[in-house]
Design a protein around this ligand. Sequence first.
Ligand code: SF4
Length: 516
Amino acid sequence: MSAPLFFVGPWDLDRRLACVPDDPGQGPVLLVESRAKGSALPYHRKKLVLVLSAMRHFAAELRGEGYQVHLVNAASYVEGIQNTVAELGSSKVVALEPREWGLDRALREADLGAPLELLPEGGLGGHFLLTRQEFLDWAGGQKAKLRMDVFYRWMRKRTGLLMDEGRPEGGKWSYDSDNRKRIPAEAEAPALPRFDPDPITREQIQRVEGWPNHWGQAAGFNWPVTRAQALEALASFVQERLTSFGDYQDGMRAGETFLWHACLAPAMNLGLLAPLEVAEAAVTAYREGDAPLNAVEGFVRQVIGWREFIRGVYWLRMPDLRSSNLLGASRPLPAFYWEPKRTEMRCVRESAQAVLDHGYAHHIQRLMILGNFALLAGVEPLELSHWFWAGFVDAYEWVELPNVHGMALYADDTFTTKPYAASGNYVNKMSDYCKGCRYKVKVKQGPDACPFNVLFWGFMSRHRDLLEENPRLGMLYRGWDKRGADERAAILGDAETFLDSLPTSSHDWSFEDDAG
Ligand code: SF4
């Protein structure tokens, strides 16, 4: 009787967790390079190298253990599976539930040539701590709007992480208020570990560098592509950067990209690290007196709180999440997201340049600079969403879509009660960008005014009907109304002039969300 075929997607590359049989004799393993997926967006070349190299390393690891591994290039994931099933005469196809809605639907609907067995993804110790159904059950039991802080407390109790006899470690669930320090000029962030490309990675760098229609450079690639490298990256974070991670996690500094951040999401989202082991490594450092509670709690919240919550919201809200646009935003993405030098706003230029250089910017650059600008400018949500998906090495639809639509742009209000809109004051408080900027952050109107200052009021004014009743925003409107009519008109006029001057991108790609 023919054997089953085990399909391993490029999000399932941890030997302990992957959809691979215990015994190599139980059936061959299939990895597919999908041309439709790879060409759907002008993906950053470092992101392509990351995925392609990690897949090849995993295939080599499995072959070394005696598995029969097929790594095929095909028009799509589905076609790759169909061709291999036909070639091998497989009795069935076994896979983990895919991460993305489009492929999940395509696999379930396609005639693969053999029955499909999808195994639930997630569960304590897995690629996620919850299965999709466990999150949906939790969400179904909420009487009001979904709240991340409520979910996070539930996850802390469920996992037992940072718990002390049923109570939160140290007496508080969150130490976020301790984690908003400006980075002192003299503080030096340790460098990320180096992962010099081996022959497998070098081959992919050379291959991808020659591909037209992609963003960024493959050269300078330094992301972990194996389980061993991912563990080294985790150890380096815990030993060298975790102690200060909490204090400076919201800070930004010109010319520096990684600071004290973990930078583990690219490896976690390929399946090279499991969330429980990552969170436990940080908690162990705290228990052993090597890291403070504010840092460890802040990190654990990202891993067992935000990451799980966002992925749960994705499955809860798909496919409608893609078309969400609560504010009716319609502006094309300004060209400087792709070409950072085309803006004189130093904070935006530095943040977009980090993405162009590394495929990475940290969470405050993402939310409060790149996201905030798009929010205030009224950028169409999918335009920004596709840019994040293409540009960031850790971005896939399940993570970028709820973050962009739900958090950054207030296009969907499943878990937010107001937009995260900020003026230049916030950037000045949390960074050193403003002192070297052509604009003046303290100036509220006129040609030198920080664009965030005028755009903020343009935004608040445009959406007054929707936002004024929000108790957290009503005070702002009352302050605005006390200003003179001439001053208000001048600020709103400056905002319009600035928006009219934005360079538009000339990209000619069109995106099929479900390409795969
Ligand atoms: Fe950004 Fe405004 Fe500061 Fe310039 S002045 S860096 S545009 S916040």
